[in-house]
Design a protein around this ligand. Structure first.
Ligand code: CAA
Length: 391
């Protein structure tokens, strides 16, 4: 009897979207009389994306997902999983709006997932299970968030906005995800957002130690599950609330494992996140997109992906990058998106921030976004979205 090859399942494609505006942290530093090096070096961020008045997680998620549909069609997609911390409705899944905007067929299941920034990885795991049982199906995973903290708090420079959409499929073009996963959960009050708040509450110092503990804990669990040795992982990508967080956690892991730490190994995966700011559920995947776009030596190599969601859940998974991954690079596209953002002054950003809380009051939103979809406003208490002329 011939031995069957195990089925390859993983990330077939990935696309990124972000907000219409950008706030340069140099401008925030000047307003707050802070040394800009604190932001660029101390926390490792350069700028953050700010959604326009007619953008939110739905419009950014739909924009990223539209790219996936444009490249692959909707055939085989019977599941849409939308992960977010910044949901727009307590009941209706954001993915249902996206399903409508993209014109997907009706025979599709759609659901929203939540566990702070970890939800995107939970969605990927669910998608892998679905594809493993039904290899002819493909799952559209969308992770989108607007990271909002109160102004004039220590967390203000670590806001951001963005989305990642991925197609999870058998025989993927980009990465074969491996079955072993390291998981870790601890009940910690490091970051949370009560139902009556549109901005998160965060204990920044505690979130650093909780993240580090979750990374080391997930590593140990992965080892216990038969995961690879440290030296068999060519690159790591981390969830990046701010890029210094990933550096601190990785340094700790190398001490734990007893190997040298070279900060520069992580740098390419930080390239896009330094510009978008924290994108919560999308952050890890935007980091992965940067690594795939910018690192020329990944073909056939194993990479580690660490996801963290405050509160707290961590998961470390690994995958083997396909030899032909460079044929599917989108570097130019992401650079274009980042460069096209319209800069805001600090007063303009703060005005948008103040108006950014979700509301059930009827309102029409001004036409601002240059993206393919817009949030038109609230009518009779319900949110309305539409395609723009750019769609
Ligand atoms: N030049 C270079 N470095 C400087 C500097 C200068 N002039 N001035 C200060 N620094 C350094 C400091 O030494 C410090 O470095 P270390 O951490 O290595 O010691 C760093 O800059 C930050 O300085 P502070 O600690 O003084 O900064 P702060 O009190 O203003 O707070 C922060 C920084 C804790 C990161 C704060 O911005 C914060 O709380 N951010 C939010 C935290 C966060 O995102 N947590 C993640 C939660 S996980 C997540 O993403 C949520 C989820 O699950 C949805």
């Amino acid at each position: 009897m011939t031995q069957q090859q195990p089925m390859r399942v993983g990330i077939h494609d990935i696309a990124i979207a972000t907000g219409h505006h950008v706030l340069e942290l140099d401008d925030l530093a000047e307003t707050l009389s802070v040394d800009p090096a604190k932001y660029h070096v101390g926390i490792g961020q350069d700028a953050f994306s700010v959604p326009a008045a007619d953008e939110d997680i739905v419009t950014m998620g739909a924009a990223a997902a539209q790219e996936i549909i444009d490249r692959h069609g909707a055939e085989g997609i019977r599941t849409v999983l939308f992960a977010t911390e910044s949901g727009v409705d307590q009941s209706k899944a954001a993915g249902v709006f996206v399903h409508g905007l993209l014109g997907l067929p009706q025979n599709v299941r759609v659901v929203e997932l939540k566990q702070a920034c970890y939800g995107g990885t939970a969605a990927v795991q669910l998608a892998l299970g679905i594809v493993a049982r039904a290899p002819h199906e493909r799952v559209l995973v969308i992770a989108a968030d607007v990271a909002r903290y109160d102004v004039d708090t220590a967390a203000e420079p670590t806001q951001g906005a963005g989305a990642a959409a991925m197609l999870i499929a058998a025989d993927p073009d980009l990465i074969d995800l491996e079955p072993a996963a390291g998981v870790f959960t601890a009940d910690v009050d490091d970051f949370w957002r009560p139902n009556d708040r549109s901005t998160a509450l965060v204990d920044g110092r505690l979130s650093v130690s909780a993240y580090v503990n979750a990374f080391v804990g997930a590593w140990d669990d992965l080892a216990g599950q038969g995961g690879p040795a440290y030296d068999d992982i060519a690159r790591f990508v981390h969830h990046q609330p701010f890029t210094k967080m990933a550096i601190k956690a990785h340094r700790k892991l190398t001490q734990h494992v007893g190997v040298p730490f070279d900060e520069s190994d992580l740098a390419l995966g930080f390239t896009y996140n330094r510009q978008t700011g924290n994108t919560y559920t999308a952050s890890l995947w935007i980091g992965l997109a940067a690594l795939l776009d910018l690192d020329d030596d990944l073909g056939g190599e194993r990479i580690g992906l660490f996801s963290y969601g405050s509160g707290s859940v961590g998961e470390l998974i690994t995958g083997i990058v396909r030899p032909e991954y460079q044929d599917h690079r989108r570097q130019g596209r992401v650079r274009e998106l980042l460069a096209a953002r319209v800069p805001l002054t600090v007063p303009e950003y703060r005005e948008l921030h103040a108006a950014g809380a979700a509301t059930s009051e009827d309102v029409e939103r001004p036409r601002v976004t240059a993206g393919p979809f817009r949030f038109a406003g609230v009518r009779s208490g319900a949110r309305h979205y539409e395609r723009t002329a750019q769609a």
